[in-house]
Design a protein around this ligand. Structure first.
Ligand code: HEM
Length: 564
């Protein structure tokens, strides 16, 4: 008992009795009825007295206490690491990736050309790489094998799209197809577009429009050649593809009354940008990059044009719009978009749906084909040998007495190789359109959680040294000579149109546009750089958006080379 009271009183004398820890210690000792227990508790009290307030400690007791402290600490540390390791083993393993910063995650590492930065990051972290873009878990896929796992093996899981803030304002609340999440609505829209708007027969039916518009360009360039003027090839090709798209989709060309190109260019730039509002929702309302404001402005401009066009279609009695996309969509107005066979809601085609899908079609066809043509022609200028081979093939198949017809295309094998090689190095959508996982899944030994954004770096796949050998950076169409590798989505080292459920439904139209226009421009004209610039000096830098156009317009001096 004496010891008990001494211990308590010694504590009391050192500290104020009001101090909760001291009071608790005293209370603990006082309440113990067993002297032995009391003494062991006293030694525990010594151990628990790191400031050595209790100075009356025998030396053997001090040693015992230190030993106990050491043992307990070792045990605790061992237990911590054991359970930590166990938890890591049990919890699924995320792919490796660069460490994120607080709040912005890895957003600062994307730079102004994300396909290039992601490619170099993947060299350090591997072909399946985990990033945190703001608070959004993101996986970047950079090898053909990994792309096959995402777009082939587990296509059904990765066939959704993440919701992107600017796009919601731009594309009528994602009521189109390209940015709609997977589900009944997207399936219905996709079926409708594939069967009614983009079928082979439909693409074929627009051949006269292509001949007419391309003929117009050839005449314009021929006039420039006669005057020894340089031509802005980027502008000419952009105008041509825009006119083709508008005539097929809207039933009128951009010459008629509006210029959609700057609006669509802005829309694609917004669609491809990494908007802080998507990744750091807290900053969304501030709209620091002004993207919400720009998206709303683009939508207002587009909506006005679409409203006029729909009204004209409805009022028309001459039949001049028969068969264009708007005409077909209007005949489906107030009808179901998807079938009611599954346990899913049925969506009805309304005015907003028509405008949203029209915008998708125009945006998807506008820059993709013109970008592909620009890059192919740029590489032909830089590689006079390849240009010569292509012109020789055209002379052999078409001859100098006429221009290229669509029926010539299947016979132009070297042209096909040139186009493939250009798509390999310059996929018009370098990161495709982002995908999103609808459930957790393991790929390549890593766990990808539900609702992870998945970016497929098609630009990196085309430069994969394993798939393309050491000369992957070289423009060498002959690499396809005895190869069955194609752009249609079966060969994951070359997927300019994506692959699987979300693969491009406009591929046939895109391919015919690119092959025909390129063949015609190369067959009708010799091209050289103005002011004695040498081919190796041609600036090949790129811009980044949802598509990857040349940063600087391609300006060339043409000379006409046909006999007619
Ligand atoms: C050279 C021309 C073209 C290229 C390189 C191209 C490329 C692509 C790519 C990479 C995607 C995304 C695939 C993915 O996310 O996995 C895509 C989607 C799409 N493309 Fe194309 N495209 C071209 C022409 C066209 C044309 C002419 C149209 C229609 C008129 C079109 C309509 C679409 C649509 C609607 C989607 C979205 C599909 C979906 O999300 O389900 N494309 N395209």
């Amino acid at each position: 008992m004496t010891t008990r009271w001494r211990s308590t009183s010694s504590l009391s004398s050192c500290r104020s009795p009001a101090h909760p820890i001291q009071y608790k210690k005293g209370a603990l000792i006082r309440d113990s009825p067993d002297p032995c227990y009391t003494s062991s508790l006293s030694s525990l009290a010594l151990y628990k007295d790191p400031l050595h307030l209790n100075k009356k400690k025998p030396s053997h007791l001090q040693m015992e206490t230190s030993l106990l402290a050491l043992l307990s600490t070792t045990l605790l540390v061992t237990l911590y690491f054991f359970f930590h390791h166990l938890r890591r083993q049990k919890s699924p393993k995320l792919p490796p990736g660069p460490p994120p910063l607080p709040i912005i995650g890895n957003l600062h590492q994307l730079g102004s050309l994300p396909h290039r930065r992601l490619h170099s990051l993947a060299k350090s972290y591997g072909p399946i790489m985990f990033l945190r873009l703001g608070n959004k878990p993101t996986v970047v896929v950079s090898s053909p094998e990994a792309a096959e796992l995402v777009l082939g093996t587990h296509d059904s899981i990765f066939s959704s799209r993440p919701s992107v803030d600017a796009l919601r304002h731009l594309s009528y609340g994602n009521k189109g197809m390209a940015f709609a999440e997977s589900g009944a609505y997207w399936r219905g829209m996709r079926r409708l577009c594939t069967l009614q708007l983009l079928s082979s027969a439909k693409v074929e039916s627009f051949a006269p429009i292509r001949r007419e518009e391309l003929g117009r360009v050839v005449r314009r360039v021929r006039a420039a050649a006669a005057a020894r003027d340089a031509v802005d090839v980027s502008a000419e090709v952009g105008q041509l593809i825009g006119d083709l798209a508008c005539r097929m989709i809207l039933g009128c060309s951009t010459r008629d009354k509006f210029n959609l190109k700057p609006v669509i260019h802005e829309a694609l730039k917004l669609a491809g940008s990494f908007n802080l509002a998507d990744y750091v929702p807290l900053l969304g309302a501030l709209d620091l990059q002004g993207m919400t404001r720009r998206a709303k402005a683009v939508n207002r401009a587009i909506d006005k044009i679409f409203e006029d066009i729909i009204r004209e279609h409805k009022e028309d009695t001459t039949g001049k719009y028969k068969g264009d996309f708007i005409d077909i969509l209007l005949t489906g107005m107030d009808h179901p978009i998807n079938s009611s066979s599954r346990d899913e809601p049925v969506h009805i085609m309304g005015r907003t749906n028509i405008k949203a899908i029209t915008l998708d079609m125009i945006a998807a066809s506008y820059e993709s084909s013109s970008t592909a043509i620009e890059w192919a022609l740029s590489e032909l200028i830089r590689n006079p040998r390849v240009m010569k081979c292509l012109q020789q093939e055209l002379e052999a198949v078409v001859g100098s007495g006429r221009t290229v017809e669509e029926s010539d295309l299947p016979k132009l094998k070297y042209l096909e190789m040139v186009v493939k090689e250009s798509f390999r190095l310059y996929p018009p959508g370098p990161l495709l359109i982002p995908h999103e996982s609808t459930e957790g899944v393991e790929i390549g030994g890593y766990y990808i959680p539900k609702r992870t954004r998945v970016i497929v770096n098609a630009w990196a796949l085309g430069r994969d040294a394993k798939a393309w050998a050491e000369n992957a950076e070289e423009f060498l169409p002959e690499r396809f000579e005895n190869s069955s590798v194609d752009v249609r989505g079966r060969d994951f080292q070359l997927i300019p149109f994506g692959s699987g459920r979300r693969g491009c439904p406009g591929m046939n139209m895109g391919l015919v546009n690119v092959r025909l226009v390129l063949a015609q421009l190369v067959h009708c004209f010799d091209w050289e750089l103005p002011q004695g610039t040498s081919p190796s000096e041609l600036d090949m830098s790129e811009d980044f958006g949802l598509s990857m156009p040349r940063a600087k317009h391609l300006i060339l001096r043409p000379s006409y080379r046909l006999l007619v």
